[in-house]
Design a protein around this ligand. Structure first.
Ligand SMILES: [Zn+2]
Length: 278
């Protein structure tokens, strides 16, 4: 199984589910350019391109830290079912081994396994021994009644609210350290309180980028913001800064939504930034 070592920290990509995206719905403003510039290179004969919902298990300072919790077990329209439970098992892990869950933001595909449905239909914490660490700004934004009461975001009451009810969530503020190796990196745009997870140990670096980017074509076009970005201009600025930082130190690993395992490095080739996968 592919894994990344960053000094004393180990990152294990765990596939929740692969997905095929249509540029015309995912990135409608730039779909025509996408199809024209990358024919056959990144889209299949049906015109679809792959991404993945990947959770990253980070072993740092003696703890198992899960960065993002996928789409989850409940059936969700438009999403294949999540298989994080299988991925944990295949790696000799159980949900009880997770000490801390960090959600980069509170969208459905990053919070899904926070809870599962119990026999009586109630939400049960899936990681029974874990605490959660979530940005206060992100929490305050999504837990407003205009979202929780809208019926549009049932995952907020299923997968987010129960963390507070159970007294398991602590709130983080901006660029707060998570431990001696990990730090939140403010990266707003996709959502107001979106964060990446910066990892640094023994001079090695990685950034788990959450939804700051969804596809390597954004290395050529950081301004191609998908329709899911709440603030497309801010998201583009954030994306550009992250890529600049990763390129400045060519040993920096990036990990995110890109096709599983979604991790690699940025290398300059012929004036372009190219993604070299794990
Ligand atoms: Zn996402």
């Amino acid at each position: 199984m592919a894994r990344i070592r960053v000094g004393s920290v180990e990152i294990l990509p765990l596939l929740d589910t692969p997905m095929l995206m249509n540029p015309h719905t995912f990135i409608p403003k730039h779909a025509d350019e996408f199809m024209a510039q990358y024919p056959g290179e990144v889209v299949d004969p049906r015109g679809l391109f792959p991404i993945s919902i990947t959770c990253y298990l980070v072993r740092s300072a003696g703890r198992n830290i899960l960065v993002d919790s996928g789409i989850g077990r409940r059936r969700r329209p438009g999403f294949p079912p999540g298989k994080l439970d299988d991925a944990l098992r295949e790696n000799g892990l159980s949900p009880d081994d997770i000490d801390l869950v960090v959600n980069t933001h509170l969208h459905l595909d990053h919070t899904g396994w926070n809870t599962v449905e119990g026999p009586d239909g109630s939400a049960e914490l899936y990681f029974r021994n874990a605490g959660w660490l979530i940005q206060r700004v992100e929490w305050d934004y999504w837990m407003q009644p205009r979202f929780t009461g809208s019926g549009e975001y049932p995952h907020l009451e299923q997968c987010v609210g129960p963390l507070e009810t159970a007294g398991r969530v602590d709130f983080a503020y901006s660029e707060q350290a998570i431990d001696e190796n990990l730090v939140f990196v403010g990266s707003p745009g996709h959502t107001p309180g979106h964060v990446c997870i910066g990892i640094q140990s023994s001079g090695e670096k990685a950034i788990i980028i959450g939804d700051a980017s969804h596809h390597p074509v954004q290395l050529d076009h950081p301004d191609w913001s998908p329709s899911a970005d709440a603030d497309p201009m801010l998201a583009a600025r954030t994306r550009r800064l992250l890529f600049d930082e990763a390129e400045a130190d060519s040993r920096t690993w990036l990990a995110g939504h890109w096709a599983f395992p979604g991790a690699g490095r940025i290398v300059p080739v012929g004036g372009r930034r190219v993604f070299r996968g794990l």
